[in-house]
Each structure stands twice: as structure tokens, then as C-alpha cells.
Design a protein around this ligand. Sequence first.
Ligand SMILES: Nc1ncnc2c1ncn2[C@@H]1O[C@H](COP(=O)(O)OP(=O)(O)OP(=O)(O)O)[C@@H](O)[C@H]1O
Ligand SMILES: [Mg+2]
Length: 292
Amino acid sequence: MNIIELNNVTKTFGKVTALDNISLNVEKGKVYGFIGPNGAGKTTTIRIMLGILKPDKGEAKLLNKDTWIDAVDIHKHIAYVPGEVSLWPNLTGGEVVDFFSKLKGNSNKEKKEELYSKFDLDPSKKCRTYSKGNRQKVALVAALASDAEIYIFDEPTSGLDPLMEKVFQEYVYELKKQNKTIFLSSHILSEVEKLCDVISIIREGKIVETGSLNDFRHLTRSQITVETKDEIKDLHLQKGVYDIETVGLKTTFQLDSYKFGNIIKFISKYDITKLESAPPTLEDLFMRHYEK
Ligand SMILES: Nc1ncnc2c1ncn2[C@@H]1O[C@H](COP(=O)(O)OP(=O)(O)OP(=O)(O)O)[C@@H](O)[C@H]1O
Ligand SMILES: [Mg+2]
């Protein structure tokens, strides 16, 4: 069953076409990654899903209901974290979280305490004193403490340090185990690849690719730096290896993700002393996509 469904949605702002005929489906219990660079249309898509914006053309449905017509009803089943979190300056973080849980009609005190501690957030401070990252944590705690069907996160970890990003990922796993449906936008490929069952890439208002991470393997390359005891020979003859640079016993090159295993085996013969791999980037994926 599709929990989220957009069919041929177009949205323009004056002369800007923010979304150009996009369609997407998210099945129940799936984590859906929505990736694209700045201005691609991620937030606009989410605003349509939330019934904040009305599509010019096409239809958007959540839980099989029209997002514009049935917005109020749908909202009972959604938890949402916006990209830019603004809070009431004179309330404390804890008061904001409590307010949202009252709206949702469920107040799980223990869960909230656990979230404050895991996210290292002091809920007794006034919102006006919070940093960007802390404001984001307030919104995350409010969303994660609530019991919803659909969790929508718009670049949820952009203001968080890596440790907190990990905490967030653990909670997403937990939601997934409970068969919740999760929509996660980001402009960083490596951030969502660990979590998502399906990834869509949006660029200039169009979805250019959709698939599992495995489907993207043929489009991504990793940057490898390796140091060996013996000089590596004939690396350039191996398939899937590009842009080799050698300085002494240190070699860097680009490697097609699907050739990873083969090449690591090949290099092992030369006695690896150090190996670093930088994950494929979104920019890199776009380059491959347009070379195709
Ligand atoms: N309210 C608005 N009025 C006019 N133009 C808008 C409005 N909202 C979005 N746009 C334009 O629509 C396009 C898509 O914007 P959107 O905010 O959806 O991108 P995004 O993928 O969320 O980007 P970011 O990663 O920077 O958050 C951009 O060109 C943006 O300038
Ligand atoms: Mg955005």
C-alpha cells in the first residue's frame, strides 16, 4: 500500500518552476530518501505533502487522502521536522515539546526524557537562547516522541554534529522496525544511504533517478587512497579504476562502487598498510548520470 503518493505534480512560483511533473510513491514501512542540491525542490515537495502548498497540476495523497483537501485529517497521523526550525522564543524547549505532544493527544514522558538525554538537550532553556542545532533537536524530540504513521524530515541533521546524526539514525531504525513510513530529505548522499530503502534524486524540479542504493552503484565512484609495502603494478589495467595518481607507495584513484571487492582483493597482494575510502558524493553521481 502506498502511504505517500504524488502523481504528476507541478508547482510554479511566478516564473520559477519549482516542481516539474514529479511522481513518487512511498510504501508502508519504507524509508524513502529524497536527495537533491539546494533549490532542487525538496522543501516544496514536502510542503505539498503537508498541504501547505497546493499543486498547480497533478495530485498528492497521503494515507490515500488528498493532501490539500484533507490536510487537517492527515496531520493527525504525521510527525514533521522542518529544515529551518523556528520556535516560540519565550517558551522553553520542553514546553514546545509538551505543546506538540498535547496537540497529538499522546504524552509519553519517559520517551521524552530518553530523547533529551540521547540528544543531549536541556529542555529547561528558553528557545531564544538555543543555537540552530539545539532548535533542530527540539523539533526532532517533538517529532520522535510522537506516535505517528508518517515521519517527514526535511534535512534533519544539517545542523547536527556527527554524534547526534548517529543518534538520529538509530531512532529512524527504531521507527522502521515499528513499520512506520519515513520520508527523509537531504543534500548529502552518504547521510541517507545507510537508512533508506529507496532513494530518489531530484534536480531542478525533476526526479532524475529512483531506486535502491544498489541500483545506484553503477553510477557512483569512491575516492580511494591506499598505501602499500610493495609498489602496485598494473592497476590501470583493472576494470572500474580511473584517475590513478601515484606518489611513492601511496596511490589514489577513483573506483566504480560495484568493483570495490575485486579491486581490494587485487591490491591486497601488495600488502596494504593504509586504506582510506571517501564515499561517493551527489555531485559525482550527477556527473555519471549525465555522462550516460
Ligand atoms: N515561496 C516561494 N516563492 C518563490 N519561489 C520559491 C518559493 N519556495 C521555493 N521557491 C523556489 O523554488 C525552487 C525550489 O525550492 P525548494 O525550497 O523546494 O528547494 P530545496 O530543494 O528545498 O532546497 P534547499 O536544499 O536549499 O532547502 C527554488 O528555485 C526556490 O527559489
Ligand atoms: Mg529545502
